[in-house]
Design a protein around this ligand. Structure first.
Ligand code: UT7
Length: 312
């Protein structure tokens, strides 16, 4: 059976850095509270950049690193809940900007913070039937668009950014993935359009508990599916939502934190973008070496969750 190989990654973040002290000037909070409860020190908010610009920049980097051109892309998927336009989709805007071929279908996936994992597994299923060998996957959000900057329970958490990967369907490449959904509109939601302002609302405690229970179970199920042990995984790349969630998952799984990549301190929670941004940083820092086992795990609005295990 075919699995996915990642040929190249890219990322793009807005220039404007917003520190915890900046937010504390607007809402009643403090740097100490935010750092101790979330691990976040700063995030990026777009000031003028569109999601299309960030997505295109991340995609171009990924294609360059993969050594592929538009003619190699047979599927273009964009995971986002904050597209620039309602229609055409964000993926179509990307398709136009990049000059992708007409036999390359392009569409958006809305699965909250699990979006990139949904995109990976969709590509794994669809790519063998596509006309060209590679898929372009982008996870990107301008969450600042739907964040109430006067709500201290959410505005401290979220950030903007985009990450991308070029993947190829490869005969014999190891690939194990699981996706799940439990329909729930009370834990994490943004209503609209037609319900302006369509701000993000969250029952933080509920999402926190959901993540701590679901993610270790998901990891266990993936390992069982692959017939592998947790110690055989070189890197756990989790959705970056809260440092305490990363710590809690590591503890429950009895895996040292050193094997969990973490960058939440710099970007906050960029939803569907956190995992591809993390992979790109890890590749750039040469933390990822050929043959290593990677497990990516995501969770978020839906409620949705998803995991993928593959070799670098
Ligand atoms: O991407 C997936 C989606 N999101 C997540 O995964 C987020 C999951 N949840 C979390 O990360 C945490 O629940 C939060 C970081 C959102 C909140 O941390 P918490 O430890 O669960 O705090 P809490 O909601 O239980 O609130 C504790 C207190 C409350 O005050 P009282 O009622 O104890 O007086 C809040 O009003 O902290 C207060 N509080 C704040 N204080 C200072 C809430 N937000 C803030 C704030 N600054 N920004």
């Amino acid at each position: 059976m075919n699995g996915l190989s990642i040929l190249g990654t890219g990322r793009s973040l807005p220039d404007h850095i917003v520190t915890n002290d900046d937010l504390a000037r607007r809402v009643e909070t403090s740097n100490d509270w935010i750092v101790s409860r979330t691990g976040i020190r700063e995030r990026r908010f777009a000031q003028g950049e569109t999601l299309t610009q960030l997505a295109v920049a991340a995609a171009r980097r990924a294609m360059e690193r993969a050594g592929v051109g538009p003619q190699d892309i047979g599927l273009c998927l964009m995971a986002t809940v904050t597209p620039d336009w309602i229609t055409p989709s964000q993926a179509c805007l990307l398709h136009q900007e990049l000059g992708l071929p007409e036999d390359c279908p392009a569409f958006d996936l809305s699965a909250g913070c699990t979006g990139f994992l949904y995109a990976m597994e969709t590509a794994a299923a669809m790519l063998p039937r596509m006309a060209r060998p590679c898929a372009l996957l982008v996870g990107g959000e301008l969450l600042s668009r739907i964040t109430d900057m006067d709500d201290r329970s959410t505005c401290i958490l979220f950030g903007d950014g985009a990450g991308a990967a070029v993947v190829k369907s490869t005969e014999g490449a190891p690939w194990h993935a699981l996706l799940g959904t439990r329909g729930n509109r009370e834990a994490l939601w943004a209503a609209g359009p037609g319900n302006h302002p369509a701000y993000l609302h969250m029952n933080g405690q509920e999402v926190f508990q959901f993540a701590l229970k679901t993610v270790p179970e998901l990891a266990r199920s993936l390992l069982d599916k692959a017939g592998m042990d947790r110690d055989q995984i070189d890197w756990y790349v989790l959705h970056q939502a809260n440092h305490r969630i990363l710590e809690g998952v590591a503890k429950r799984m009895k895996v040292p934190m050193e094997r969990f990549y973490e960058n939440i301190g710099r970007y906050g929670n960029t939803s569907a973008a956190t995992i591809p941004i993390a992979l790109d940083e890890m590749a750039e820092q040469e933390l990822l070496r050929p043959g290593q086992w990677i497990m990516c795990l995501g969770f978020g609005a839906g409620l949705t969750w998803g995991g993928a295990m593959f070799r670098w």
